[in-house]
Each structure stands twice: as structure tokens, then as C-alpha cells.
Design a protein. Structure first.
Length: 133
């Protein structure tokens, strides 16, 4: 009986600790204005993600299970999946569609884990990477 009990406990522990969590992008708004962030895709059958982020807050875009921010996924996501990232601050909208801009966003430095990428929307990012509409 002890063997069966130990087996059940071990099975439960393995099952609970091996649960997969979805990959995500966390977007931090470091501006004192509400930011609207939109990610559109090259494959137009995919709906774009649009999130509103209050000043000095963060929000998360859930990409789904299987999304891992390894080198291969990061490269394909920024170069083959994402078309444009736009940030609207107040009435002004900024765009990121160039390879340089997307490379500034999707980097190893922005990875907090294999499942999460953090993008901080601040004055430096907007000034150095985005194009004003």
C-alpha cells in the first residue's frame, strides 16, 4: 500500500511541476501618458494584438504554449511573423516596421526568461527606434 501511495504522490508532483506556461511579451509603459500598443502580423489572417497600458504600468501579451524566447524563435518572430509595432501616446502614433527597430525590441537583453520578453516603452526607445507618423 505504501508503494502505491508513494507512486501516486510522485506522479502528482511530476504532473504539477511539469505544466507548461505560455510564452509572453510584457510591455511596460514608462510614460506619464496612456499608451496603446499594437502588434500586427505579416500573415493578415492573424488578428493584431492591441493593448492599452495606463501610465507607469505594464501589461502582458500572451502568445501561447510553445512560445520560447530562444534564438530561433526570436529571429523568426521579429523577421517573419511581426509586421509592424505601433505605440500611440496621446494623439501621436509611432511605428516600428524596420529590421533595425524590431531588432532593438526583440533582443537577448530584453529576455527575462525563456518564456517572457520585456519591452519598456520609454523616451529612449521611441526616440532611437520608432518613426513618428
Amino acid at each position: 500500500m505504501t508503494y502505491v501511495k508513494n507512486f501516486i504522490i510522485a506522479t502528482l508532483v511530476i504532473t504539477l511541476t511539469s505544466c507548461d506556461t505560455p510564452g509572453s511579451i510584457e510591455v511596460q509603459n514608462d510614460f506619464p501618458l496612456k499608451a496603446q500598443v499594437k502588434i500586427s502580423y505579416q500573415n493578415k489572417t492573424y488578428e493584431p494584438y492591441t493593448i492599452d497600458i495606463e501610465p507607469l504600468r505594464k501589461a502582458e501579451i500572451i502568445l501561447g504554449f510553445g512560445a520560447r524566447w530562444n534564438e530561433q524563435f526570436t529571429y523568426s518572430y521579429k523577421d517573419e511573423v511581426v509586421d509592424t509595432i505601433s505605440v500611440k501616446l496621446g494623439q501621436i502614433e509611432y511605428y516600428c516596421a524596420t529590421t533595425k527597430c524590431k531588432s532593438d525590441l526583440f533582443t537577448k537583453a530584453n529576455k527575462s526568461s525563456s518564456k517572457k520578453l520585456i519591452i519598456v516603452v520609454d523616451a529612449n526607445l521611441i526616440k532611437n527606434s520608432f518613426t513618428k507618423s
